[in-house]
Design a protein. Structure first.
Length: 545
């Protein structure tokens, strides 16, 4: 009796079921990498999606090390960054944005708690770079330069490191032990810090054995405005008020405090005044709340704490009888600009604090020929951060840009990479950025409902009676949950969806962490994989002839 093999394994290679049906295609799928909107928006250039991926697996140290490739201050940034990444987050169109800033703070705090340290540079370059200013931009540059193997000396005119992180941000937003710990980690890496060391002539200092310099002097000079004031009027500036909070004796503002301005500094001073015992803290601002440059959540927290705001108002005179302050009400014209109305109101104030912005002291550049200074800032090549003087770079408050910690940290990183290239006689070419992953490419129905985890806040009584930190952090459990809310926009996270829906078994698994590949011999180009990919990581392209 003749034994026959099962049909399936006796199938001739040339039979119809073994045909390579990929020849039928008119288009084929390709895996793509798109730029997540959070990454695209981050001024510090963090790979947010990348470190969230590690965090959602519970590998917090790897997540922290991935994060600190770009930003050495996650515990600070998790408290003071205005998280524009969350405003761009695609999940915000589904339910609520991922709490990126919350997870960043958790990772930063976890690193401090567990004593994680930066790895030393692999090799020393033999080059020495001067950094002027120990604020966020200068310290960021120092960190990245040191990681690249350069000797780095940071000079700062102040008595402590941190710049405006220390002298411009109140303790209820940024506890000083957190700032000190993250700065110390940079010093442990080998960065040399010289405090109370003012640089008056950058070229003379540069000639003392330095190969390049990065200038990151903060905006510590308060802008003034002419306000008619009678004898006895107590007019202060916001910069000095906040700076004096770092001294042994807090400033004496009195029971009734008027703050003139509409930025975050004005709000910080008013909230500080309440914590110092003021019964009235009134912000006078010449425009509407919608036009106020202060961030809305800061304004809301201030209102909750009892700070009052006089919108569409301007100060006309200070120091009247009993400390009277005369304010004039404004109205908006047809172009939206405030115009005086001739209507006046009197407030009683023990002190008036001006919060009208800050300037940078650029006197250290007086002897540098050829530099262009306009509007109180220095012109730099936007691609390299280098000034018109070779080897002299600048960033942070010294150059045209938004003034906040995140932007400053990004400047420091960018400048450090270009300083490194310049020292090597090379030019750093920016890698082309892929297109941003938009919400319309996602299939949100594949994702579970997951409400955002809110950080706890102090009760109002403690908020207004102490400088304890207002906002708490996440726990390990809810940080894990929050990280897992990430949609992985534009990049494969190996959900197996393409593998499962392909009718031709044309998707091959390459192993954990390796993604997938298409077996084009069998792919008919039906597009199911692209249509059903949750995160929009597959494109259909026209098959080449």
């Amino acid at each position: 009796m003749t034994m026959h093999k099962p049909f399936a394994i006796t199938l001739d290679p040339g039979s119809s079921l073994a045909n390579k049906t990929g020849s039928w295609r008119t288009q084929r799928p390709v895996y793509v990498h798109r730029l997540p909107p959070c990454n695209a928006t981050c001024p510090a250039g963090e790979d947010i999606q990348g470190w969230l991926f590690h965090a959602e697996g519970g590998d917090y140290e790897t997540a922290w090390r991935h994060l600190t490739r770009d930003n050495p201050f996650p515990a600070v940034m998790g408290r003071v960054c205005y998280h524009s990444c969350e405003g761009a987050c695609n999940r915000g169109q589904l339910d609520a944005a991922v709490g990126i800033n919350s997870v960043e703070r958790f990772l930063g705090d976890e690193a401090l708690k567990r004593g994680w340290r930066f790895e030393p540079p692999e090799a020393e370059s033999g080059r020495h770079v001067l950094v002027v200013g120990a604020g966020p931009s200068g310290l960021s540059a120092a960190y990245h330069l040191r990681r690249l193997g350069h000797r780095v000396t940071v000079c700062d005119a102040g008595p402590a490191a941190g710049g405006m992180m220390r002298f411009g941000i109140p303790k209820y937003r940024l506890p000083r032990d957190v700032l000190d710990a993250e700065v110390q980690r940079l010093l442990d890496l080998g960065v040399v810090l010289k405090l109370n060391t003012r640089v008056d002539d950058i070229l003379a200092t540069l000639a003392q054995g330095y190969d390049a310099a990065f200038l990151a002097v903060g905006a510590h000079i308060a802008k003034r405005a002419f306000i008619p004031a009678k004898d006895g009027a107590r007019i202060l500036d916001a910069v000095n008020v906040l700076r004096s909070m770092e001294g042994a004796e807090p400033p004496q503002l009195g029971r009734r405090v008027v703050v003139y301005g509409g930025g975050n500094t004005a709000i910080d001073v008013a909230r500080t005044a309440k914590r110092l015992g003021a019964t009235e803290a009134i912000v006078v601002y010449r425009r509407t709340r919608e036009k106020m440059p202060a961030h809305d959540f800061e304004v809301q927290e201030a209102l909750e704490e009892g700070v009052q705001v006089k919108w569409l108002s301007t100060i006309q005179q200070a120091g009247g009888d009993g400390g009277a302050v005369t304010i004039e009400k404004m109205t908006l014209d047809d172009k939206g600009n405030p115009q005086p109305t001739g209507e006046f109101e009197t407030l009683q104030a023990d002190s008036v604090v001006l919060a009208l912005g800050q300037d940078v002291d650029l006197s250290l550049l007086d002897k540098v020929p050829g530099l262009k200074v306009d509007g109180g800032v220095v012109a730099v090549d936007p691609a390299t951060m280098m000034t018109a003087h070779p080897g002299l770079f600048a960033g942070g408050d010294m150059v045209p840009a938004d003034r906040n910690v995140t932007v400053a940290v990004g400047h420091g990183k960018k400048a450090a990479r270009h300083i490194d290239a310049w020292l090597r006689g090379a030019a750093l070419q920016a890698a082309p950025k892929p297109p941003v992953a938009s919400f319309d490419r996602l299939n949100p129905w594949y994702y579970s409902d997951a409400p955002k985890t809110l950080r706890p806040q102090l009760d109002l009584a403690r908020r207004t009676s102490s400088f304890d930190e207002v906002q708490g952090g996440l726990t390990a459990d809810n940080a894990l949950f929050e990280a897992r809310r990430c949609l992985s926009c534009g990049n494969c996270f190996e959900c197996d969806n393409c593998y499962g829906v392909c009718p031709d078994n044309a998707v091959a698994k390459l192993g954990p962490g390796q993604g997938f590949a298409f077996k084009l011999d069998y792919c008919k180009g039906c597009g199911l994989c692209a249509a059903e990919c949750p995160c929009g990581a597959i494109d259909m392209v026209v098959e080449e002839a």
